[in-house]
Write a protein that binds this ligand. Sequence first.
Ligand code: UD1
Length: 416
Amino acid sequence: MAKIIVSGRQTLIGSVNISGSKNAALPILAACLLIPGENVISNLPKLLDIKTMLEVLKCLGAGIKAENGRAWIDASGISHYDAPYKLVRQMRASVLVMGPLLARFGKAIVPLPGGCAIGLRPIDIHLKALELLGAKIIMHDGCVEATASRLKGQRIYFDFPSVGATENIMMAACLAEGQTIIHDAALEPEIVDLANFLNKAGASISGAGTSKIEINGVERLNPVEYNVIPDRIEAGTYMVAAAITKGNVLIKGCIPSHLDAVITKLREAEVTITEEPDGVRVEMSKELASLSIKTMPYPGFPTDMQAQFMALMATTPGISIIVESVFENRFMHVSELCRMGADIKVDGHTALIRGVPSLSGAPVVATDLRASVALILAGLIAGGKTKVTEIHYLDRGYEYIEDKLSSLGAIIKRVE
Ligand code: UD1
């Protein structure tokens, strides 16, 4: 079984290039299903989730070629409308093919993604909105089957600004008849990137990045070349890596405005952050200050940075508090951090972190994508060796992480 071994207590110094955004790339790849002809998508990170989405598209009949961070996707000859269960169960974002398939072909069958480690994660908001657009939804054999002759534009009010539902409905509405307005839409930069891609292909979307998105349906979209935005969560993770090791790292190629909440919290913790022409410099030489954080939909503090900040707070003097308000069960890294000597108590959605003077390396198990990187961050400051297993989670979201951390001075290796 592959594992990552980190020998702690090295100070990270240097610069690191940020990869393309996984969470922006996934819906854009799914959106290629709306377009007859070959799209070229660049700045794709080399990650398991990207491979899985390309595999899903291939199973549906799309022509796929991928190399060096670029993929050529031709959805002219789609022959299937059902996403295979073996792929959907590996990655919840596979449900993003539902909106495009339904809008262009009038039919989509997608297995329910099922319970996932970090919470229940239903898709009721997606389905309710598709029904409003005129889809008939039935459940059978653990699958959602959606059919429609042509979707019709509607006013939609989300109960919660779900990222995936906003993306799915925005894609579906592109080819619907008339105007769709999504109220209480998610505001994430990945939504804006998807809208930019779709508009480049001929869609008519305005308001992406605000809570009200208007989509005027068009008859057809045309193939385009598109470059996905940098990964704000990867950038935030390297910012924490610099801070936790009391290092000095230039995070190159990120978009600082996408990281406002993360940068604000790091500054509150006394970390020095400076914008430079080609990136953001993160420097830390003194004692960190304790924090109080609540995860929120964008532009609030991202749930995808919660585990990394918990690792940071584990050795910060004083008491820090983290409230997880987006997912029900996203504290699974707590017990592993405690095995390394952290003092963390969880009560429902709240974690209370009492900073300890130091952590010690231990064998630990990754339980989800961001939990896996939090354990590596903890390993960077722990005494001795930290061995992280179940690193397939890590490979879903962090491109070349051992190489990137090694180039900054970390002692980290993958053992197969
Ligand atoms: C996306 C991101 C994920 C991030 C999350 C929140 C991708 C591929 N993944 O996930 O990294 O952690 O946003 O920022 O972009 N919910 C419902 N019903 C629904 C849909 C969602 O109850 O129909 C709930 C979920 O269970 C969860 C919350 O809403 O508690 C947020 O989910 P959502 O915003 O949809 O996240 P994802 O799109 O799955």
